[in-house]
Design a protein around this ligand. Structure first.
Ligand code: PEP
Ligand code: MG
Length: 571
């Protein structure tokens, strides 16, 4: 029996079997060249064989229909057959094999890369969707050529604890949530997006475990005590017995917690603090209100686009936003425009080979460079806004110019809705995230142009402290209690108060009850978090007194280190 300590990313307890997952990554595509024409001919025949087989399997599926395909599934198979038989693809591979003497895997990889990049930047939503289809089918061809299969987590036959080096958010979003009962990762941190999704789906997760995935055997029994960030590998009988009892108690406690309706959250001295929920998918909406959420403080809309068969067209987006707004029954819903990029990419889709994706073409930067795509999202949000109380928010703003450009496109989107005679929420409130130090430093200038700020402490800590939030090796350095981060939060809160606009925190610290007093003292009046944490934060609030919170914040702002700040909590 081994007890391994990692980072508690999503609380919960589970006992089950390990399912090792290789990440389904095409980490290395073989590349070699041929000298003789005869070898090129053999390679060409090998390529054709793989494509014919892949098309035949699909044709048989449609013809026999043993799988009882519905229309969408059979349409998808037909489209895939068309792609597999696409003359252009065949011609391009032929040219690369015979003119460059390249092997087929490499030829397909290169062609897929060029095609998807081209399609992805198209203003036409259908073409952009085709990019992902092409990337998917090319990946399958490459796997087949290599004699391998890409395993995803979308269909599992039994309850498992997934053990992997890492899981991309795009894979996490499509995983089989009925059967994934726990997640154990070598990489990651509390604020990496797979951890965020695990919390949203209420799947216990321990991350940042170094090389554990290489030491665990497939099928090994694991106890995942995620609250403590602990993984027990091959527990002995006595430990198993103890944890099984704990698991039964846990289940009971969870059922009771689900039934809890929290009272309106106020501090002990009667100051009301708004507690809202963060969501990634529309389906989560109903659940968050069971935990007493007073609205949705952050809808991470980019997760919509990471869902397989994702709705990228305006109508499908409009439906998704409307669903959240309607299910919120008049409670405010803050929809953040797409924060795509960074770690939130589809493999082989947004494949732009950035050296530093977290400093690159991400979030509002990506949106501003694709104005038609961006306006489509803005129109969908504006139109959905008529069903309740929605607000729009821009991620990763780092300058006033960016904010003004985004607002200009919002105005254009409104004009387009008018021209199309569509109903829309003309006076929708607009906010910006404060998650880049530059934004906090110019908060006064930004505040003059928005209705609210939402401070994303996950990124604010990452960019202030130069710590990749997904890298377990430097995770401990990314402490949001660092006085530098606290001072930036204070700057943003002060600027908001001065301008008379709202200010909230929607990063992970909002769910951390040890930080509640400090955040309130810094001037934060609203917290948005994973819904399951709301009851605990509401309970913490009830013990706090605002004057003491302000004193604590004043002391923390004067500290030199995160350690000194943490010491203040102990007093
Ligand atoms: C943040 O950065 O704190 C935030 C809430 O946004 P995300 O975690 O989606 O980057
Ligand atoms: Mg962020």
């Amino acid at each position: 029996m081994d007890i391994v300590k990692g980072i508690a990313a999503s609380t919960g307890l589970y006992i089950g079997k390990a399912m090792l997952w290789d990440g389904g990554e095409l980490s290395e595509v073989p590349r070699y060249t041929f000298r003789r024409l005869a070898d090129c001919e053999k390679e060409w025949a090998r390529f054709q064989n793989v494509l014919t087989n892949a098309a035949d399997i699909r044709k048989k599926k449609i013809a026999c229909n043993v799988a009882k395909l519905n229309k969408t599934e059979s349409d998808l198979l037909k489209t895939q057959i068309m792609m597999l038989e696409d003359i252009e693809l065949h011609d391009q591979v032929h040219a690369r094999i015979f003119e460059n003497s390249e092997n087929a895997e490499w030829a397909v990889w290169e062609i897929s890369h060029t095609m998807t990049q081209l399609l992805m930047t198209s203003p036409d939503a259908n073409l952009r969707e085709r990019a992902s289809d092409i990337a998917g089918i090319c990946q399958e061809i490459i796997y087949n050529l290599m004699g391998r299969e890409r395993h995803t987590l979308s269909k599992l036959s039994q309850n498992s604890i997934i053990v992997a080096r890492d899981i991309l958010p795009s894979d996490a979003i499509s995983m089989d949530k009925r059967h994934v009962r726990g997640i154990v990762l070598d990489m990651g941190s509390v604020t990496c997006h797979t951890a965020i999704l695990a919390r949203s789906f209420e799947i216990p997760a321990v991350v940042g475990l170094g090389g554990l995935s290489r030491k665990i055997e497939n099928g090994a029994t694991l106890i995942l005590n995620a609250a403590l960030g602990e993984v027990i590998v091959n527990p002995d009988a006595e430990t198993l017995k103890k944890y099984r009892k704990m698991l039964r108690e846990h289940e009971q406690a969870r059922k009771t917690a689900e039934a809890v309706q929290t009272d309106a959250p106020v501090t002990r001295d009667g100051v009301p603090i708004t507690l809202k929920a963060n969501i990634g998918l529309p389906e989560e909406t109903a659940k968050v209100y069971k935990y007493g959420a007073q609205g949705i403080g952050l809808f991470r809309s980019e997760f919509l686009f990471l869902t397989p068969g994702a709705p990228s067209e305006e109508e499908a987006q409009f439906q998704a936003y409307s669903k959240v707004i309607k299910a919120s029954g008049g409670k405010p819903v803050t929809i953040r425009t797409s924060d795509m990029g960074g770690d939130k990419i589809l493999p082989n889709f947004y494949n732009f080979e950035e050296k530093n994706p977290l400093l690159g073409w991400r979030a509002v930067r990506f949106s501003l460079s694709q104005p038609e795509m961006f306006k489509m999202q803005l129109r969908a949000i504006l139109r959905a806004g008529v069903y309740g109380s929605a607000r729009i928010m821009f991620p990763l703003i780092s300058s006033l110019d960016e904010l003004l450009q985004a607002k200009q496109l919002l105005d254009e989107a409104k004009t387009e809705c008018e021209q199309a005679k569509q109903k829309f929420a003309a006076d929708m409130k607009v906010g910006t995230m404060i998650e880049v130090p530059a934004a906090a430093l110019i908060a006064e200038a930004l505040a003059a142009h928005v209705d609210f700020f939402s401070i994303g402490t996950n990124d604010l800590a990452q960019y202030t402290l130069a710590v990749d939030r997904g890298n377990e090796k430097v995770n401990a350095l990314g402490n949001p209690r660092h006085p530098a981060v606290l001072r930036l939060i204070k700057m943003a809160a002060d600027a908001a108060r001065k301008a008379g606009i709202g200010v909230s925190v929607c990063g992970q610290v909002a769910a951390d009850t040890s930080m509640t007093a400090l955040l309130l003292g810094l001037g934060i009046e609203e917290l948005s978090m994973n819904a399951a944490s709301i009851p605990a934060v509401a309970a913490a609030l009830r013990t706090l007194n605002m004057a003491a919170c302000r004193k604590l914040a004043e002391k923390a702002l004067g500290c030199a280190t995160a350690g000194e700040v943490e010491d203040l909590f102990k007093r």
